[in-house]
Write a protein that binds this ligand. Structure first.
Ligand code: GLC
Ligand code: GLC
Length: 816
């Protein structure tokens, strides 16, 4: 069952009923000011940090799930009937509700009592504010007298404190109303120099800033008294819950349409110019006033909207495809790329599943996210790499997370996830292949942000490699430390204390517990490092990496192979994890994908066998499960993985992040059909028709789909902020379509499924626009046999860089 449809030309997902299985969200903002917005206008906004600078309040885990938002109300002043054009919060049945989630904007509209209302929400580029353009049309043949309300509930900045510290917070709320603008200025009187403002383009009939005055006592946002009776109380909040509510009266003749704009913004004043007059409690509005005025004038929203659309078009133009498969096309051309940008902007901070107060930015997560956006925003990717590297420790290890505002490593989660440093090598490798900017390797970067410790970035990569080499166990495999990619495989902690976080529980390095997954990752990263070193003229380092990779392969050959698949790890007791002898956790997906990606087992058939085992034991119609059988009992020696009920999350869930590794592995073995088959199993667009089961948004990947052992098998959770986005993008564009940036050019090495025909790819790469046409007859599954650029045949399948960048190159490739 569907709840909407893709509008591929408009690059929108169009939701046609408000009661989607879960709130289906979108993101506003792309630089400093962000918000999440659901299909019924729920969500919140923040400036830079979703925890520390939260503008508006949202109640996670509410009933209904989605409460707190950018709510608009309409009231028919003749009948007294009122409704919300976004359905929530009033929930009055609407005539033809529609929500269009687009790139960086959302439009929600409906018709009720022959009044059409449509609200466009967006954040103008470069601004710290959001606009809501409410377009109201009277479709009656009689005049209409209406009341329109725009409302927000302010958060007292620190979202965590706001949700807990009521003894203080009920006394500190402060607002100011001047020239029709509501200013939220809690704590501005003391150490804050920022405030929020909420304005309306129309002269107001009234306002409220105290929540209870607007909603009425013992009432909620679903039936506010001020709306019911058609008049606000002009309340000035003092303590309790400051809100912003504007009331506007509209008299519309038959057929008339009017646009009314509500704007919400964040502003910082210079610390020495906070008050006007100085010494008074009144905000100095002289800097913010022109900004507010600019966005309330006619046409400002349309202009900002156009700029936003142009911005997204130019980002996405970097890579566009025409494969004939609608799911692949719309994911690659629009939604998967968009999701990758959202992971760049938001990391893991704010979604329906990430509260915005929890996690910092993950070291491994951010390095992997980069693989999905580096081609669109190479400059910002460069900055991100340097930020990440500056949190690396002198040992080469990494803080598992860092805080976006301070850019410092986060002591609370600490270190010891032994895969972390290797992802930096992959990220830098991807950046170099995309941009050719070798200069980044020479950038001085500190360790643990301590000034004076700077070395060239290159040395950070060397230390990453070294970190693994210095931490190997009895089988010569890398020690797992606190955990590896699988955060929940905690082989060294033995947590038995209820409620203790597995991620921070004390752990002891006993020098025994090893990870075959890190071994595979190491071989992959060492290969990248050898290339990087060789290009930098450091033949010694290149050799060292190749030798180290070879001996790591040998360790995997000898101790990482179980007979039919790669083992997962060794416990502290020396027992194998992911081995046929185990009753539970006999086979895991991660090492199968990663080892084959690293090229292990290609010559001797083990790669084929490993992927065959994945198909036999782990693949389901809903995707590939993390392991089987799921753990049915808690085992402290294995850690958090056994804490989840079977089939969820790391305990045998379909942890989607890992699926693209298997897809890539399949393409390496030449199996384009298998790769696309797996791709479509978890692809949100391909699952659109089972939305009642999948439940998450059909336009973005989810972290997890419940595995076969779970009662809700097939149900997705944790959509949006997941490494699944970047890895799917890499798998489908670089390995299935095979258009792969390399240091010396663009590789064209597709592995297309038999039933596909010709494929077109437009790829901007190092300043040149490559227009690639892959000729392929249906039924064929081969490789590229010959290739030409601008009519000239070239040997092999690596397109060299044109002598002069900036132009276009027409590429023809034949698959036979
Ligand atoms: C989450 C984490 C990621 C980890 C994965 C598997 O997605 O963000 O870092 O690798 O879970 O545990
Ligand atoms: C990872 C896992 C998650 C776990 C979290 C913290 O993000 O995906 O299952 O709860 O780490 O332990």
């Amino acid at each position: 069952m569907r709840f909407g449809r893709f509008d591929d030309d408009a690059r929108e997902y169009v939701i046609s009923r408000p009661d989607t299985p879960l709130p289906w969200i979108n993101y506003l903002g792309s630089e400093d000011y962000f918000g999440i917005i659901s299909n019924t206008a729920g969500g919140y906004s923040f400036y830079r940090d979703a925890r520390l600078r939260r503008l508006t309040r949202y109640r996670y885990n509410n009933a209904p799930l989605d409460l707190g938002g950018r709510y608009v109300y309409l009231r028919d002043d003749e009948s007294g009937q009122y409704w919300s054009p976004s359905w929530q919060p009033v929930q009055r049945e609407l005539e033809d509700y529609q929500c269009r989630h687009g790139l960086g904007y959302t439009v929600i509209g409906s018709r009720f009592a022959r009044i059409r209302a449509e609200v466009l929400y967006l954040v103008p580029l470069g601004e710290t504010l959001e606009l809501w353009r409410v377009r109201v049309t009277n479709e009656r043949d009689t005049p209409a007298s209406l009341s329109l309300y725009g409302t927000v509930e302010f958060c007292l900045w620190d979202a965590n404190d706001d949700a807990t510290n009521f003894q203080r917070n009920y006394s500190i709320g402060e607002v100011e109303v001047a020239d029709g603008v509501i200013y939220h200025k809690t704590e501005y009187r003391e150490r804050r120099d920022h405030f929020a403002w909420f304005a309306s383009s129309e002269p107001g009939a009234g306002f409220d800033t105290q929540r209870d005055a607007f909603t009425g006592p013992y009432r909620g946002w679903d039936r506010p008294l001020a709306v019911e009776r058609g008049a606000c109380a002009n309340s000035i909040a003092s303590g309790w819950q400051p809100i912003g509510a504007h009331h506007v009266r509209l008299a519309l003749s038959p057929g008339e349409t009017r646009d009314i704009v509500f704007a919400l913004g964040y502003w910082e004043n210079p610390a020495d110019a906070k008050f006007d007059p100085p010494g008074s409690p009144a905000i100095d509005r002289r800097q913010v006033a022109p900004v507010i005025a600019r966005y309330l004038r006619d046409g400002a929203v349309a202009e900002a909207f156009q700029q936003l659309r142009d911005h997204w078009r130019s980002l996405l133009e970097t890579l566009q495809v025409d494969t004939g498969n609608e799911h692949v096309d719309r994911m690659v051309n629009t939604w998967n790329a968009y999701q990758c940008m959202v992971t760049f902007n938001l990391s893991r901070s704010a979604s329906l599943f990430e509260s915005g107060i929890g996690r910092g930015m993950g070291f491994r997560d951010s390095n992997q996210d980069l693989l999905g956006f580096v081609h669109m925003i190479p400059g910002r990717a460069r900055d991100r790499i340097l930020d990440l590297a500056a949190t690396q420790l002198p040992t080469g290890g990494a803080y598992h997370q860092y805080q976006p505002l301070t850019k410092r490593g986060n002591d609370a989660v600490g270190t010891g996830f032994n895969d972390d440093p290797l992802w930096l090598v992959l990220a830098v490798g991807a950046y170099l292949k995309e941009t050719g900017d070798q200069g980044i390797l020479e950038e001085p970067v500190a360790y643990d942000n301590a000034s004076g410790t700077e070395t060239p970035l290159y040395e950070h990569l060397q230390r990453s490699i070294e970190y693994t080499l210095q931490r190997t166990g009895p089988h010569g495999l890398p020690l797992i430390g606190r955990a590896d990619w699988n955060d929940c495989l905690n082989l060294n902690s033995d947590s038995e204390t209820p409620g203790e976080s597995f991620q921070t529980a004390p752990y002891r390095e006993t020098g025994v517990a090893e990870s075959v997954f890190i071994a595979g990752l190491f071989v992959l990263a060492a290969g990248d490092m050898a290339q990087i070193a060789a290009r930098r003229g450091d033949a010694g380092e290149a050799d060292r990496c190749r030798v180290a990779a070879t001996s790591m392969r040998r360790a995997v050959d000898e101790h990482g192979w179980d007979g039919d698949w790669f083992r997962r790890a060794y416990e502290r007791t020396g027992a194998a994890v992911g081995s046929a002898g185990n009753a539970e956790g006999r086979i895991f997906v991660e090492p199968q994908g990663m080892c084959v990606m690293a090229g292990i087992g290609l010559e001797d058939g083990r790669a084929e066998r490993a992927l065959g085992a994945v198909r036999e034991h782990l693949a389901t119609p809903h995707g590939i499960m993390l392991h089987q059988p799921a753990y049915t009992r808690f085992r402290a020696g294995l850690g958090e993985i056994t804490s989840y009920p079977p089939g969820y999350k790391e305990n045998g869930g379909i942890f989607c992040h890992t699926n693209p590794w298997v897809m890539i592995a399949e393409t390496i073995l030449g199996h384009g059909d298998a790769a696309v088959d797996y791709y479509l199993r978890t692809c949100p667009s391909a699952r659109e028709t089972i939305s009642e089961l999948h439940r998450c948004e059909p336009y973005v990947h989810a972290q997890m789909i419940a595995g076969r052992d779970a009662p809700s098998y097939g149900e997705a959770k944790n959509s949006w902020l997941t490494g699944t986005a970047a890895w799917n993008f890499v798998a489908v564009t670089q390995w299935i379509l095979g258009v792969r940036p390399e240091h010396d050019g663009l590789r064209i090495d597709p592995r297309l499924p038999a039933d596909w025909g010709d494929v077109r790819v437009t790829r901007k790469f190092r300043g040149t626009t490559f227009r690639i046409r892959i000729h392929k007859a249906q039924g064929v599954t081969g490789n590229v046999t010959h290739l030409s650029v601008d009519g000239h045949a070239i040997p092999g399948n690596l397109m060299p860089l044109p002598a002069v960048a900036g132009g276009e190159a027409a590429v023809e490739a034949w698959v036979e």
